[in-house]
Design a protein around this ligand. Structure first.
Ligand code: GSH
Length: 330
């Protein structure tokens, strides 16, 4: 684990001492947008045009943030438009690498064996964390964007004139509610598990775990009477919740000590996770070997032996039982 300082790789763990034992996530730095044709980006700046084969998506199959982008790429049928590079699940002194291993796909960028080299190609004096996902512009040799919440919105619409599958996962008329649900889910669930897991004081840990389970209880109630989080259809809000929930019992309960309850103890949440998992485009992009291998083998301050537990035994193929709830099929 490390970061770049003025373009130089430095091996260092998160500095929680400066924040009372709390894990504080840094803000993503590369924030340009890929847009349809010459459309202006949502931030008002000129976008970089969507083109088949121009952009490389660099992911870890372990990472819930990268997983969001893989799901949008699959649902929109963009596999032939946006090639993929996949890092090794183990993230140690060199950060993410393309060291050979099952499921690892190196990027077609000559001389690059570690993710931090992609960042310094884009900005030789970059200071900051070296994270996945990354949307990389192969023709300009630079990073377009490394913020998953923005990359999924690009994949949702920017390639629609170039043969993407139909489907709008962030429809305008639901946007305000999607944003509101995302805000709560991000802070207490998506990032909440990390705040609990990386906390280095009892108080910081408890400060994260309590709101995490309050929000899970709220989500359980919400998803008991409706099929999806917002409106009558599967949206980006569901994608963003799913990638945390699918990792929860396998990793966050044990490794991150988020153990007041398991997802298996919540009937609605567990049916909801199974329904999404069972979708034919999604099941092939859930890789439990990378997920479990990454967390248990990479975070040596939390799990010094790097032993990966064999369990839990999860039956994600059991019937989801959600057909009777109001909402369209995914
Ligand atoms: N805000 C970013 C967060 C991405 C992120 O934190 N990814 C993790 C993997 S799950 C990572 O690459 N961490 C490496 C590090 O922090 O050094 C996003 O949503 O895209």
């Amino acid at each position: 684990m490390g970061m770049l300082v003025d373009g130089v790789w430095t091996d260092r763990w998160y500095d929680t001492a400066a924040s009372g034992g709390r894990f504080v996530r840094s803000t993503s730095v590369f924030r340009r947008w890929t847009t349809r044709g010459n459309a202006v980006a949502p931030d008002g700046r000129p976008g970089v045009p969507a083109e088949r084969g121009r952009y490389l998506l660099i992911v870890s199959h372990a990472c819930p943030w990268a997983h969001r982008t893989l799901i949008l790429r699959a649902l929109k049928g963009l596999e032939d438009h946006i090639p993929l590079a996949v890092v090794h699940w183990r993230m140690l002194e060199e950060g993410w690498t393309f060291e050979p291993g099952p499921g690892v796909v190196p990027p077609p960028i000559p001389g690059v064996t570690r993710l931090h080299e992609v960042y310094t190609r884009a900005d030789p004096t970059y200071t900051g964390r070296v994270t996945v996902p990354v949307l990389y512009d192969l023709s300009d040799g630079t990073i377009v964007n490394n913020e998953s919440s923005e990359i999924i919105r690009m994949l949702n619409g920017a390639f629609d004139d170039l043969g993407a599958l139909p489907g709008d996962y962030s429809p305008e008329h639901l946007r305000a509610e999607i944003d509101a649900v995302n805000a709560r889910v991000y802070d207490s669930v998506n990032n909440g598990v990390y705040k609990a897991g990386f906390a280095t004081t009892q108080a910081a840990y408890e400060e994260a775990v309590r709101p995490l389970f309050e929000t899970l209880d709220w989500l359980e109630a919400r998803l008991s009477t409706r099929r999806w989080l917002v409106g009558d259809r599967f949206t980006e809000a569901d994608v963003r919740l799913f990638t945390t929930l699918i990792r929860f019992d396998a990793v966050y309960v044990g490794h991150f000590k988020c153990n007041l309850r398991r997802i298996a103890d919540y009937p609605a949440l567990s049916g909801y996770v199974r329904e999404i998992y069972q979708h034919p485009a999604i099941r092939p992009i859930v890789h439990f070997d990378h997920i479990k291998g990454h967390y248990y083998e990479s975070h040596r301050t939390i799990n010094p032996t790097a032993i990966v537990p064999l369990g839990p035994v999860l039956d994600l193929d059991a019937p989801h039982g959600r057909d009777g709830l109001p909402g369209l099929r995914l």
